[in-house]
Each structure stands twice: as structure tokens, then as C-alpha cells.
Write a protein that binds this ligand. Structure first.
Ligand code: ATP
Length: 294
């Protein structure tokens, strides 16, 4: 992870223009490629036209482990229809992040396949894949640059007006304008320190600007103060509209807006259904809910 940060931070000292953002992006993807052992497709299969509600995701008998000796996912089948918002829950080590990484093709399965609108991710052109599926994780960083630069990172060719519109769309504009230099306020290392809620809003604005078909979200934190939680919640609704989303949820308020909840244990799905149904079933999800609201 450190290697991922450093070139970016150094670069952002020198540049903050549009070209610089693009150069930085190339530099970062260069670093990723260097670390990754994934093979790009020799003969990429084009994705079908986007249907306006995101894309279908499918895990088909996926087996996966980080080392040869232990399977983290012993054989997982899961279909997520276009436009659905899925919240994943489960104890630490259950496999939530692993599923998120496979869905974003940060790893390939050992057996089985991960499919986007039926196309095996291994067959999708890398740029098309990175445009279609965006992952927002806890490690999503603010690099050293302005708030605007950080949002623009979602789509380096976006204009300043588009950057500001993205911030407005997720309800972050007022917060940003209240910073010492508004959109030009330096953040990241040695910049203005943003709260967890503020960072999340900037990350959401970045994602809205990228406008992916599929959003994979690892919720940064379970603890936000109430006004931030409300703002983030509202932003999340905007961000989730008209796309497929898979969220590793740490907040109950997030789970409640999901269409479907998956409870994982030992790399298997042990509960699957709309949150209200699972609540009525009085299983693990219901128990988690009760713990959290007690
Ligand atoms: P958490 O809520 O703690 O993030 P999780 O449900 O996301 O947990 P994973 O991170 O997917 O669970 O982990 C599933 C299993 O895979 C665990 O046993 C974990 O130790 C192992 N694991 C996760 N990442 C790696 C890795 N990079 N290398 C080796 N093993 C890993």
C-alpha cells in the first residue's frame, strides 16, 4: 500500500493541472500493473451496451485463496442483477473484502469465473473494466493536492464545472465551500485535515464523477457523528442510483437502504434476502441488528 501512495504524493507536489492528473493516473496504473500478475486479455470481448441501471455481476462457482493451501472462498455462486444494491455483512475474515477484490478484478479466481453482463472479467479490456467498475475502499486516499484535484481524479478529463457539479450532486458543495480556500483547499499530507465524514463525501464526489456501472464500496468507518452520517447517507443514495453496487457495510443505516443483504461466514453465504425479510427470519442479520441498536 505504501508503494501506491508515494509516487502519487510526490507527483502531486509538482502538478495540479489537468495533464498532471492524467499523468499521475498513468503513473498509478503503472504501479498497479507492476504489482499485479493479472494477464490482460489478448482478444478483449466488448461489453454489451449499458442498460441505464448498471450491469449484472455474477460469481460462478468461484474458488479462491491467497495461498495454495487454504481456500477463502470454497465455491461461491452469486448473481447480482443490474441496479441492485447489495450489502455484505459478516464477522472479520468471512471473505467480504475478498469478494470485493474479485469483483473489481484485483485478483482472478482459481476456478470458476466472475462475470460482468455475462462477460468473464478476464476477457474485458482493462480500461473498459476500470471505467465500468469503480472500487471505493477504506484505503481510498486523498492525495496531496486540492479538494478539486482529488475529486477530478475520478475522471481526469472533467472540467472544473463538472468537478463542482459532482460535489453538489452528493451534497458536499457547502462543506467544501466552507473550507479555507473552498475547492482549492490543499488536503492530504500536511494539507487541511478533513474529518472521516468529509473524506467520505470527497470520495463519493470522485466516484459520482467517474460514473461507473458498478460501484464496490468498502465503507470507511462505522463511526460518524450524526450530521455527517446523515450527509453521507444522503450522498450514498445519490451514488447508488442507477448503478449496481456491492457494499461492505459497517453502518446499519447503510444496510437499511440496501435491496439485499448477504451474510457471509467462512467464505459462504449463510443468509441472503431483503433486509426486512432477514429481520423477520430472526437469524444472524436480525441478531446483528439487535446488537447494534441495543
Ligand atoms: P474484515 O471484516 O476483517 O475486512 P473480511 O470478511 O473482509 O474481513 P477477508 O479480508 O476477505 O475477510 O479475509 C478472508 C480470509 O482471507 C481471512 O482468513 C484473511 O486472513 C485472508 N486474507 C485476506 N486478505 C489476504 C491477503 N492479502 N493475503 C493472504 N490472506 C488474506
Amino acid at each position: 500500500v505504501r508503494r501506491f501512495f508515494d509516487p502519487m504524493e510526490q507527483l502531486s507536489v509538482f502538478y495540479n493541472s489537468l495533464q498532471a492528473a492524467t499523468a499521475a493516473l498513468e503513473k498509478i496504473s503503472g504501479v498497479l500493473e507492476e504489482q499485479s500478475e493479472l494477464t490482460p486479455p489478448a482478444d478483449p470481448v466488448p461489453l454489451p451496451a449499458r442498460n441505464g441501471r448498471g450491469r449484472e455481476l455474477e460469481l460462478r462457482d468461484v474458488r479462491f485463496g491467497y495461498r495454495g493451501d487454504r481456500l477463502v472462498l470454497p465455491g461461491l455462486d452469486l448473481t447480482i442483477p443490474a441496479g441492485q444494491t447489495v450489502a455484505m455483512l459478516g464477522a472479520t475474515g468471512a471473505g467480504k473484502s475478498t469478494i470485493a477484490r474479485l469483483l473489481g478484478r484485483f485478483y482472478d479466481p482459481l476456478a470458476g469465473s466472475v462475470r460482468l453482463d455475462g462477460v468473464d472479467l478476464r476477457e474485458v479490456d482493462e480500461d473498459a473494466l476500470r471505467a465500468a467498475i469503480v472500487t471505493v475502499t477504506q484505503e481510498n486516499f486523498l492525495f496531496r493536492g486540492s479538494v478539486a484535484d482529488n475529486i477530478q481524479f475520478g475522471r481526469p478529463d472533467a472540467s472544473r464545472a463538472e468537478v463542482e457539479a459532482a460535489a453538489a450532486e452528493v451534497g458536499a458543495e457547502r462543506m467544501i465551500r466552507a473550507l479555507p480556500a473552498g475547492f482549492d483547499t490543499p488536503v492530504g499530507q500536511r494539507g487541511t485535515r478533513l474529518s472521516a465524514g468529509q473524506r467520505q463525501l470527497v470520495a463519493f464526489a470522485r466516484a459520482v464523477l467517474a460514473d461507473p456501472d458498478v460501484l464496490i464500496l468498502d465503507e470507511a468507518t462505522s463511526s460518524l457523528d450524526i450530521p455527517s452520517e446523515r450527509a453521507v447517507q444522503q450522498a450514498l443514495r445519490t451514488l447508488l442510483a442507477d448503478r449496481t453496487a456491492v457494499i461492505i457495510a459497517h453502518r446499519l443505516s447503510t444496510v437499511e437502504i440496501a435491496d439485499r443483504v448477504l451474510v457471509l461466514d467462512g467464505g459462504r453465504i449463510v443468509e441472503d434476502g431483503p433486509p426486512t425479510d432477514l429481520l423477520a427470519a430472526e437469524g444472524r442479520y436480525a441478531a446483528l441488528q439487535e446488537l447494534a441498536t441495543r
